[in-house]
Design a protein around this ligand. Structure first.
Ligand SMILES: NC(=O)c1ccc[n+]([C@@H]2O[C@H](COP(=O)([O-])OP(=O)(O)OC[C@H]3O[C@@H](n4cnc5c(N)ncnc54)[C@H](O)[C@@H]3O)[C@@H](O)[C@H]2O)c1
Ligand SMILES: O=c1ccn([C@@H]2O[C@H](COP(=O)(O)OP(=O)(O)O[C@H]3O[C@H](CO)[C@@H](O)[C@H](O)[C@H]3O)[C@@H](O)[C@H]2O)c(=O)[nH]1
Length: 443
């Protein structure tokens, strides 16, 4: 099948490469000419395990190509997939500008029957708007369908090639048949539904996962007060199949390009039909507050933060990605700067992206976790990179001014702490090594 994918962000690029991997001829289009040039020269602009190998082999096999010319890319297409961004507007609503512009471009480029798929995460009713925009421009026949994307960054290729399910929202038998043929090689779990339900499944799924995270974070906060261990609690809960063990890792809250934006968008979608989504509003509020637990623990350990050197391990919103969009690290570092502290920051791959978001003269950029810890009064682990869970903390302790470790992701093991004098502050678990007393009184 001939597939044209519009937008080469995470979703467009990964799904385009994976459609090619399943034997389709895929042309990926982006209006960002420099991105297309990089892709044509074999460079992958995002960090995503396994993506480059797959892109290279499919390009070499002649199944994958890149262009900035949408009209040319659509000539032979059976399916045209919209995968452009839907970033948040200041009021939380999704910004539909890019989707609507692409719909117009599709209208002008249409040259015969095609299935137009909306893969971007969009409010209910958007597919109908896209249909209206295309139909107002073109007389050629086409069908519209919603195929939301559920990939996670960092495991996007694996998720796309082995999805739990693929949701296909369509109201035309012809489109449903085309999209079944396109997606059957990925899974037997094809959920055929109407367009509005498909659009809603995406928001409801993200909102539910975000709810699990905020729920376990609140349980963690209570655990800290009553002396229970949230990792034990989550394990005990998760074994109940009705609950499930995933997305019960307590920490500093969710970030990334999806949960923060999609939860706020769903609150707005509900508000637009006069429904007050109270539960989801609390989920967002809990998440916003959770990151400041790191600052509270630092203050408890160090007293005044002015002039304190604080190492930050991890800037990305999660491991295995260089994406820093809505990363909790942003507000944590801003708070440290406001308190007069000196953040010494590091991340295996996200430093450059972070620097382009927040480049304050007081931030010290470091090459490694050990380098960042030098002469620091405390270390805060904000992203659970595997490397950090392997660090020799005795070595880290030696370079620090005082051995205080705030673990925002419960990533450090008991074994790592053994033989050190670290005051260890995890999330929702008992502290280890020394009593819960202010270190500044000791030193
Ligand atoms: N990032 C994820 O993990 C993820 C997962 C599931 C769903 N989604 C959803 O998928 C959509 C895309 O997300 P993303 O993270 O890939 O976006 P992104 O912002 O990383 O990339 C979007 C791309 O679209 C391009 N673009 C914009 N307008 C264009 C136009 N008129 N013609 C051609 N290209 C154009 C941009 O240049 C950019 O390269 C969003 O709605 C998002 O919510 C994202
Ligand atoms: O138990 C958990 C699981 C996740 N997180 C945090 O939640 C955020 C999101 O993580 P994850 O869902 O793994 O990453 P995303 O790439 O943002 O993927 C989510 O958002 C995508 C965009 O909509 C969807 O496609 C995916 O299905 C959905 O998982 C990250 O900050 C994680 O640190 C936790 O704090 N605790």
């Amino acid at each position: 099948m001939n597939v044209t994918v519009i937008g080469t962000g995470y979703v467009g690029l990964v799904s385009g490469v994976c459609y090619a991997e399943k034997g389709n001829h895929v042309i990926c289009v982006d209006k960002d000419v420099s991105k297309i040039e990089r892709l044509r020269s074999g460079e992958i602009p995002i960090y995503e395990p396994g993506l480059k190998e797959l892109a290279d082999s499919n390009t070499a096999a002649g199944r994958l190509s890149f262009t900035d010319d949408l009209t040319e890319a659509m000539v032979a297409a059976d399916v045209v997939i919209i995968a452009v961004g839907t970033p948040p507007l200041p009021n939380g609503e999704a910004d539909m500008r890019f989707v609507e512009l692409v719909a117009r471009e599709i209208g002008y480029a249409l040259n015969g029957y095609k299935v137009v798929v909306v893969k971007s995460t969009v409010p209910v009713g958007t597919n109908e708007r896209v249909r209206g925009i295309v139909a107002a421009i073109s007389d050629y026949p086409f069908d519209i369908a919603s195929v939301p994307e559920f990939l996670r960054e960092g495991s996007a290729v694996k998720d796309t090639l082995n999805p739990d399910r693929i949701v296909i929202g369509s109201e035309s038998t012809r489109a449903a048949e085309v999209l079944t043929r396109l997606h059957q090689p990925f899974t037997d779990q094809l959920i055929m539904t109407d367009i509005r339900s498909a659009e809603m499944i995406k928001y409801a799924s993200n909102a539910f996962l975000a709810t699990k995270i905020s729920f376990i974070n609140e349980i963690a906060n209570i655990c800290e007060k009553v002396g229970a261990d949230v990792t034990e609690v989550a394990h005990g809960m998760g074994l109940d199949r009705r609950i499930g063990s995933s997305f019960l890792r307590a920490g500093i809250g969710y970030g990334g390009s999806c949960f923060p934006k999609d939860t706020k968008a769903l609150i707005q979608i509900a508000g637009n039909v006069e429904y007050d989504f109270k539960l989801l509003k609390s989920v967002v509020e809990v998440n916003q507050h959770q990151r400041y637990g790191v600052i509270d623990k630092l203050k408890r350990a160090l007293g005044s933060m002015h002039g304190r050197r604080v190492a930050i391990w991890g800037l990305a919103f999660k491991p295995e990605t260089d994406d820093v969009r809505e990363a909790p690290a942003i507000e944590i570092i801003e708070s440290l700067l406001a308190l007069g502290a000196i953040p010494r920051v590091t991340d295996p791959i996200a430093v450059e992206n972070f620097r382009s978001l927040l480049n304050h003269p007081s931030i010290e950029w470091c090459d490694s976790a050990l380098d960042a810890a030098k002469q620091c009064d405390a270390v805060c682990l904000l992203t659970e990179w595997e490397d950090y869970a392997k660090l020799d903390l005795k070595e880290v302790e030696r370079v620090m001014a005082s051995p205080i470790l705030i673990d925002g992701r419960n990533a450090i093991s008991k074994e790592q702490l053994e033989g050190t004098l670290f005051a260890y502050y995890p999330v929702g678990r008992p502290m280890m090594n020394i009593e819960d007393i202010a270190i500044h009184e000791l030193i």
